[in-house]
Ligand binder design. Structure first.
Ligand SMILES: CCCCCCCCC/C=C/C(=O)SCCNC(=O)CCNC(=O)[C@H](O)C(C)(C)COP(=O)(O)OP(=O)(O)OC[C@H]1O[C@@H](n2cnc3c(N)ncnc32)[C@H](O)[C@@H]1OP(=O)(O)O
Length: 303
């Protein structure tokens, strides 16, 4: 992780997304509607659509894992790969992350990846989650979350790993870490990310209560930076991006690293222990039962 000017400081050597690949369709490039040159070409994968604009150096990355963009192992892997691809292309300085699924930004962990699965699968899954967080949290690119739907738990962490968050003003689009309501606990690095964003006392309260904040409250507590009408989310995200890109890259990148490195290092130092902790916790009978019950409740709630 060099830190000279213009550098990328994501811990690439630690990240081996290819090893996680399982039945993904990657690297497809297709012309955007009405598009011509490279700047208008879309690429991405089955679950992550990337619309790059070479002229502005900004790519829009859309989560496309219907119905609710649950973070399946495939989605996590494809996100890491798309992010890496943009990080490695000097044309790009920023990414706007948004959802291609109506009404949901991201539903968080895909509970089917940790319910009734063996410990080896849970470990593989959790490593992929750590990897995405590290990659996003330390990205040298400007990441703006254009949150156009509900954003609970793991979805909130994806948003909090960005540099800036714009949330659509819809009372159904709540955001927060609701883990305790599922009978599980946010690991320390999720907690740290929360604390870094909204402070200790607000995090303590919100984490214990499993609070999901509607837009006005999310703005008030500092979970998001702007709340705007739904049809203005993308344009506002673009304006925010312009503000962040107005700063010289090297100065902004080094400052971001200075602010975030200690938090990321804490996980890097104990990644294996964190994985073991996660696996032994979620594989407990009692936790499996409460996750199953929660999933069942979600399925019955339909309509
Ligand atoms: C010590 C260390 C400790 C470590 C402990 C580990 C801590 C890890 C930290 C992170 C934790 C998490 O992210 S845990 C995940 C928390 N996520 C949530 O609580 C969100 C749950 N989902 C919802 O609230 C809603 O679905 C919401 C996102 C608002 C969208 O509502 P809608 O009405 O549009 O859609 P629904 O009808 O509810 O859902 C559509 C279908 O998607 C499914 N679905 C919804 N969310 C899902 C999910 N997360 N995983 C899988 N499937 C999901 C539903 O069952 C439905 O399936 P069918 O009926 O089959 O169609």
């Amino acid at each position: 992780m060099a830190l000279a000017s213009g550098v990328r400081f994501a811990p690439r050597a630690l990240l081996r997304p290819w090893a996680l690949l399982r039945g993904t369709t990657l690297g497809r490039t297709e012309p955007a509607a009405g598009g011509g040159g490279d700047g208008a070409r879309r690429f991405g994968s089955q679950r992550v659509l990337v619309e790059p604009d070479a002229a502005s150096g900004v790519a829009v990355m859309k989560l496309r894992n219907p119905p609710v963009n649950a973070l399946s192992l495939e989605l996590l892997t494809e996100l890491v790969i798309s992010l890496e691809k943009l990080e490695n292309d000097k044309t790009f300085r920023g990414i706007i992350l948004t959802s291609d699924c109506p009404r949901v930004f991201c539903a968080g962990l895909d509970l089917t990846e940790i319910c009734g699965r063996n410990p080896a699968h849970c470990a593989e899954y959790w490593k992929a989650m750590q990897e995405l967080w590290l990659r996003m949290y330390l990205s040298s690119l400007v990441l703006v979350a254009a949150i156009n739907g509900a954003c609970p738990a793991g979805g909130c962490i994806i948003a909090l790993s960005c540099d800036c968050r714009v949330l659509a003003d819809n009372p159904k689009y709540r955001i927060g870490l609701n883990e305790t309501l599922l009978g599980i606990i946010a690991p320390f690095w999720l907690k740290d990310t929360y604390v870094n964003t909204i402070g200790h006392r607000a995090s303590e309260q919100a984490l214990q209560l499993g609070s999901l904040f509607p837009p006005a409250e999310a703005l008030q507590v500092g979970l998001v930076d702007q709340v705007v009408p739904e049809d203005q989310v993308q344009s506002t995200a673009l304006s925010e991006m312009a503000r962040w890109l107005a700063v010289p890259d090297h100065a902004r990148q080094l400052t971001k690293n200075m602010m975030r490195k200690a938090t990321a290092d804490r996980l890097l130092r104990q990644r294996d222990a964190d994985t073991q902790n996660f696996v032994s916790f979620v594989c407990r009978d009692s936790i499996q039962k409460s996750l199953q019950a929660y999933l069942e409740k979600l399925r019955q709630r339909k309509g």
